[in-house]
Design a protein around this ligand. Structure first.
Ligand SMILES: [Ca+2]
Ligand SMILES: [Ca+2]
Ligand SMILES: [Ca+2]
Ligand SMILES: [Ca+2]
Length: 372
């Protein structure tokens, strides 16, 4: 029997002398062992059956044989027709309603790049609800929502039901792998293109563990953030794995936020400055807690009880600083993609350039190291 005990700090101790019993101490009350994943008859939605209100689903990027950097997300619908808040698929406002409910799973770099840095992505999703996937073609949920708000041309978004898609093609296919595991095969080409359905191939399955430390806000729009608000009074060690395919010698770092909306406190004036306000970049960089070039990657400590955001200085230039918030970037472009649990990919070119998002890729590994 393996006895696993988790204390309130998330420390896990394992006794290998036994092999069946799982004991959770503290606030953990979820018995996940009876959870089940299933897909509806039309293969458009999946449902988690479980006793707790939420369950953890783990998504693994199996393959991304695409020229595009696509992004995948998940959202809940109200019935088998796909209705959201009374809006039927195809009706005005549907895309906005879907993506506002959506959680970003991840983006996939083109042609399986940097797959060694990718980690799975775990999301806490509601049980008993119809869950649907979407694919943003070579773009992001962040940009889709921003474009819908400004009336600019909206990037292509594909759903699992052919009838919902403007091109009438079924871009997403869910396949049952057995044992509560599924894969979703996605075709990113408009109209179906080569129909090879390996442009983004993702495995998903239930996990008995809660989502990884730091990931709580990841998945909401413009929230490529490390959330350590639950680690008040603790120190968290971060170790990075970095890689880059770029002309520039980029610098990357993390800065401390006053809230998840990206507000920072100017250390000199004490003034709160929100993304998009004058002086934001300067104040954000004044809150930097660590800065790295690609080859210097000593582990560093983050104080718990706060939220941290990654930033990039393109070619080390503090006048070319990119943050998770679209309004904070002079070009309004979404320079940052979530690639997995605490894995981030930056595009370093003004206006997006080649949009390969491999100009700096950071995988952050977090662990609580001490309690003060
Ligand atoms: Ca294809
Ligand atoms: Ca590049
Ligand atoms: Ca983004
Ligand atoms: Ca690039």
């Amino acid at each position: 029997m393996v006895v696993t005990a988790t204390d309130s700090l998330g420390n896990v101790s394992t006794d290998n002398t036994s092999n069946e019993l799982t004991i959770s101490l503290g606030n953990v009350s979820t018995d996940n062992t009876s959870n089940e994943l299933s897909v509806n008859a039309t293969n458009d939605f999946f449902v988690i059956q479980g006793n707790a209100p939420t369950a953890t689903v783990r998504f693994t990027n199996v393959e991304s044989n695409a020229g595009f950097v696509n992004e995948m997300g998940v959202f809940t619908v109200d019935d088998e027709q796909g209705t959201i808040n009374g809006i039927a698929p195809g009706e005005a406002g549907y895309l906005k309603a879907a993506l506002e409910r959506g959680k970003v799973i991840f983006s996939a770099l083109a042609n399986n790049e940097f797959s060694n840095l990718l980690s799975p992505r775990e999301l806490s999703l509601e049980t008993g609800k119809l869950l649907a996937f979407y694919l943003v073609q070579n773009n992001t949920t962040d940009n889709v929502l921003a474009s819908l708000a400004t009336g600019e041309p909206v990037p292509n978004v594909f759903f699992a039901s052919a009838s919902v898609n403007a091109d009438g093609f079924e871009h997403l296919q869910i396949r049952d792998l057995g044992n509560n595991a599924f894969e979703i095969a996605q075709e990113d080409g408009s109209g179906g293109a080569d129909s090879d359905f390996n442009d983004l191939l993702v495995r998903f399955e239930l996990s008995n563990d809660p989502p990884s430390l730091g990931t709580n806000l990841q998945g909401s729009p413009q929230r490529e953030l490390i959330d350590l608000t639950q680690q008040q009074g603790q120190m968290v060690q971060a170790s990075l794995n970095l890689d880059s395919s770029a002309e520039f010698d980029n610098l990357v770092g993390f800065y401390r936020l006053a809230n998840e909306d990206g507000t920072v406190i100017d250390p000199i004036t004490g003034q709160a400055i929100a993304p998009g306000s004058p002086g934001y970049a300067q104040a954000a960089l004044a809150n930097s807690v660590v800065q790295y070039e690609q080859n210097a990657i000593e582990p560093f400590l983050l104080e718990g009880g706060a939220i941290y955001a990654p930033y990039l200085l393109a070619d080390g230039d503090s006048n070319a600083a990119y943050f998770p918030y679209l309004g904070s970037n002079a070009d309004g472009f979404d320079h940052l993609r979530l690639l997995g649990n605490n894995v981030f990919g930056f595009e370093d070119q003004p206006g997006g350039g080649d949009q390969d998002f491999n100009d700096m890729v950071l995988q952050v590994n977090l662990s609580v190291v001490e309690t003060r």
